[in-house]
Ligand binder design. Structure first.
Ligand SMILES: C[C@@](CO)(OP(=O)(O)O)[C@H](O)COP(=O)(O)OP(=O)(O)OC[C@H]1O[C@@H](n2ccc(N)nc2=O)[C@H](O)[C@@H]1O
Ligand SMILES: Nc1ncnc2c1ncn2[C@@H]1O[C@H](COP(=O)(O)OP(=O)(O)O)[C@@H](O)[C@H]1O
Length: 284
């Protein structure tokens, strides 16, 4: 029986501007997104009905019933008689789109072609995860336009605090904030890109810190790491990232942080285009 495996990379919101709100309550975003070579693995093989088994270091608390985005995506794609296995390496509900990336991996694996509106109804982050390359994301997540970014060495750190996405959006006092420039600059190297990113924002960071001050404390620790040029929260939190101009700076900072913060979830890699890594592979 062939098994298909699909890598589901972590999504990082390098910037996240909240620029308005729709009448249905969903917020309009302008976000620059890149993907990390760190993620979950979704595998499936022929089975009886739709089933799901979840394992891996971050499996605790992940739903195994029909509410799991793996099964919801499979249903939406019309999949049947498939046994799924989800190896969970990304902390759930942490602002790096684990569940959304898992759903996108299922859709890639099944070769399902769904329009961005349908994907967004399943989850606002799923359309952007479908093709995991650097992109500018607008609307509530359905308008995705590819952008070219230099490779960005990054440390990803989750302080092991869960913040609920709807609550963070709700706590945002100003819903209409400035978008990114209509035309994004072109960058030849990481440092210039990071310096420009530092002039942009994550509008959900302040409300997340107000709810969980430990996020602010973690950002201070990351910003103080040698070689760190920018520390910011991803999505609605609580995972934060630190950007470096070289991989050797990244490696030294990672070693230092692992020694001082063993309680955190820590991963590292070069952010950018993960489409090759995320291509479905079949094994017999
Ligand atoms: C904030 C972001 C930024 O990329 O990332 P995460 O923190 O989830 O990683 C996303 O917009 C989250 O996307 P996703 O987690 O898929 O959201 P959904 O399940 O569709 O929605 C969860 C809830 O978030 C709020 N929501 C989500 C997206 C959006 N554009 N406006 C919103 O107001 C709504 O309250 C919604 O009920
Ligand atoms: N495959 C999945 N992996 C993780 N969480 C999932 C999955 N399917 C459903 N969920 C639910 O979706 C919620 C959001 O998870 P996730 O996509 O990881 O976070 P975020 O939207 O913050 O990036 C979690 O609270 C979890 O209960």
């Amino acid at each position: 029986m062939p098994t298909t495996s699909v890598f589901a990379p972590a999504k990082i919101n390098l910037s996240l501007h909240v620029i308005g709100q729709r009448t249905d309550g969903y917020h309009l975003l302008d976000s620059l997104v890149a993907f990390a070579p760190v993620g979950d693995m979704v595998s499936f093989a022929p089975g009886r009905g739709l089933s799901l088994r979840v394992s891996g270091p971050e499996a605790a608390g992940v739903p195994v019933d029909r509410s799991n985005l793996v099964l919801r995506a499979a249903e939406l794609a019309g999949g049947s008689d498939l046994a799924f296995h989800l190896h969970k390496a990304l902390p759930a509900a942490s602002g790096i789109g684990g569940g959304s990336s898992d759903a996108a991996a299922v859709l890639r694996g099944l070769g399902a072609a769904l329009d961005p509106e349908a994907l967004t109804r399943l989850g606002a982050d799923i359309a952007m995860c479908l093709t995991p390359h650097s992109q500018r994301v607008q609307g509530i997540g359905e308008h995705c336009a590819r952008v070219q970014l230099p490779p960005l060495p990054a440390l990803l750190v989750n302080p092991r605090i869960e913040v609920a996405t709807p609550a963070i959006f709700k706590a945002l006092s100003q819903k209409t904030n400035a978008p990114m420039p209509a035309q994004l600059p072109q960058f030849n190297e990481a440092r210039a890109c990071i310096d420009w990113l530092a002039t942009q924002r994550n509008d959900l960071q302040a409300p997340a810190i107000a709810q969980a001050p430990q996020i602010g404390a973690l950002l201070d620790v990351l910003a103080a790491l040698p070689g760190c040029h920018l520390a910011r929260m991803s999505g609605s939190g609580a995972t934060c990232f630190a950007l470096f101009s070289t991989q050797s700076d990244l490696q030294s900072a990672e070693a230092k942080l692992r020694a001082t913060h063993p309680q955190c979830w820590i991963a590292s890699g070069v952010l950018g285009d993960q489409t090759e890594l995320a291509r479905p592979s079949a094994c017999h």
